[in-house]
Design a protein around this ligand. Structure first.
Ligand code: URA
Length: 237
């Protein structure tokens, strides 16, 4: 059981005092009965809460798919560097407390960014031990060759880092557009893997996490919620 003002403030992403003001105005009902006190406790999962005629669906956690644009950083707080973060560019009605990007994409990498407030789930998809593959399309300045396919597949050593076996395949006939599947998320991993063969990644886009593709209907910078079935697709590939 939780206080009604806390639930409304969380779900609508508004300040606690604003939630209290809405309750005071008489705009909130629980199971059809108007709420008089902000301290009323409710069972968020089973009670029906209406605010201004709209039902508030309580979700313990949310999962958001963003088509990350270039130029924003995968962090929760860009104040130190005065840069825009993926959290800053979420639409106002999707914002709520404790959201963070599950994993990192470089500032100039685009594509599937998962944003959630579920730390357990994030850990599960990020841990190399869980083997949730991440699939990228990389545009290269020079073609790669079959030796590199084998080298990626056997696990590259880059500097002091040992990469887990990765899948490399050509998307086009001239071997300058690659599909790369990795199971880890080491710093600049894909760029460094190609760099170790003298190849620059000129563009990088993540198109899939686990078995779930980035929704092609999402324009750059747009996002939408991920549903239960899609969530399962992320961890079952
Ligand atoms: N590998 C990279 O080099 N950069 C990313 O953003 C993701 C994977």
């Amino acid at each position: 059981m939780e206080r009604i003002d806390k639930i409304i403030s969380n779900e609508l992403n508004i300040a606690r005092n604003d939630a209290k003001a809405i309750i005071k105005s008489g705009a909130v009902s629980v199971n059809g009965i108007p709420v008089k006190s902000s301290s009323q406790k409710i069972d968020a999962e089973n009670d029906t809460v209406i605010v201004n005629g709209r039902e508030i669906k309580f979700r313990e956690f949310v999962y958001i798919m963003m088509n990350k644009p270039e130029g924003v950083i995968s962090s929760t707080d860009g104040r130190k560097t005065s840069e825009k973060t993926v959290i800053d560019i979420l639409p106002q009605d999707m914002k709520r407390k404790n959201l963070f990007p599950a994993g990192r994409l470089d500032k100039n990498t685009t594509g599937f960014m998962l944003i959630t407030d579920d730390g357990g789930f994030a850990h599960r998809i990020l841990s190399p031990r869980s083997h949730v593959p991440k699939t990228y399309i990389a545009q290269l300045d020079k073609p790669f060759d079959n030796d590199m396919i084998n080298a990626f597949g056997s696990g590259l050593k880059i500097g002091n880092d040992e990469c887990m076996p990765a899948k490399l395949e050509a998307v086009d006939g001239d071997y300058k557009t690659a599909r790369v599947v990795i199971n880890q998320g080491m710093y600049h991993q894909i760029k460094r893997m190609f760099k170790s063969f003298g190849i620059e990644v000129v563009q990088l886009k993540r198109i899939k996490i686990g078995g779930l593709y980035l929704d092609s209907k999402l324009a750059s910078g747009e996002c939408r919620f991920i549903d239960e079935n899609e969530l399962k697709m992320i961890v079952s590939d």
